[in-house]
Design a protein around this ligand. Structure first.
Ligand code: AKG
Length: 295
């Protein structure tokens, strides 16, 4: 897999710094894309206990409604399926991501598969990734690898340029509109946490107030976004699947700050690695391989 040249990487760094998102073209070669697509099939046939059905709720759906999987996701693919493991460990994707965000080193946080089947109706709501993370430290980015041709018609991502610098502590967004069930103690902790956060502005109602970025992607193109960047995506209104493989990376020491959180898998990989990470410690160990920047 050839690395982008120094100038392309420098431009990506500038875009990432200014807009909170950068697009790099053709970085994952077709052979890797084929292997990752095989990995998607393996993952779908063997979903983990943490797999999510992100399909928008129908009237009357509650947290126990049967999964529809028009939009579905799963986590920790690289720990379970060879194509993802080989891609993370053997391809230059880690070194390349480090170079693109201007860091000498980078540490894997987790991976996440996000598939919008060719079934209408499920938008990705505007959100930031950061509020889902039980962490202290914001030097976290995501690389979203397009495994299919991706446009706004089949659910391509959109970004609010510069929103990673808004400095707002925002609320988590429910992707489905369904309320999760919590114990009274958990709900009390969530309420206390949410008392200190702000509502995400209504981007959709005021699109003209923002610089909204999106790219038509070919398989192998990638988007790199900051964990504080506000992003979302339309529903898949086309007749083609939209498979995205999102890899989250930490490019500074990030501390584990557990709280009641829907991202149960994060708790599992953070506490369950070798060695396990305790509250206040830097997230590192066997579940978080590290890479030096390319170039
Ligand atoms: O793939 C999508 O539609 C959502 C992706 C996303 O929100 C993310 O990778 O953070």
């Amino acid at each position: 897999m050839p690395l982008p040249d120094a100038r392309t990487l420098a431009e990506a760094r500038e875009d990432y710094e200014r807009d909170g998102v950068a697009c790099l073209r053709g970085v994952v070669d077709p052979a890797w894309i084929e292997r990752l697509r095989d990995g998607v099939d393996q993952a779908y046939a063997d979903l983990s206990e943490y797999a999510v059905d992100l399909t928008a709720a129908a009237p009357g759906d509650d947290a126990d409604a049967a999964p529809k999987r028009a939009f579905w996701g799963d986590f920790s693919l690289w720990q379970r399926f060879d194509p993802f493991e080989r891609f993370i460990l053997d391809s230059p994707i880690g070194p390349l991501t480090a170079a693109a965000v201007g860091s000498e080193r980078i540490r894997l946080f987790y991976d996440y598969l996000l598939v919008k089947e060719a079934l209408p109706g499920t938008k990705t709501p505007w959100h930031q990734d950061f509020p889902y993370y039980p962490v202290t430290g914001e030097a976290i980015c995501s690389m979203w690898v397009a495994l299919d041709r991706t446009t706004l018609d089949n659910g391509g991502l959109e970004y609010v340029a510069g929103s990673h610098k808004w400095g707002m502590r925002l609320d988590r967004k429910s992707f489905t509109g369904v309320k999760s069930k919590f114990t009274p103690e958990e709900q009390a902790e969530i309420d206390a946490f949410e008392a200190g956060v702000e509502e995400l502005p209504d981007i959709e109602a005021h699109r003209d107030r923002h610089r909204i970025l999106s790219w038509d992607l070919e398989p192998g193109d990638v988007l790199i976004h900051h964990a504080m960047a506000v992003h979302g995506a339309p529903a898949n209104n086309a007749s083609s699947r939209r498979r995205g493989y999102a890899i989250r990376w930490m490019y500074d020491d990030i501390l584990y700050t557990p709280r009641v959180n829907p991202s149960r898998h994060l708790r599992a990989i953070i506490e369950g690695g070798e060695p396990g990470v305790a509250r206040g410690e830097v997230i590192r160990g066997s579940n978080f391989p590290e890479f030096a920047a390319a170039g």
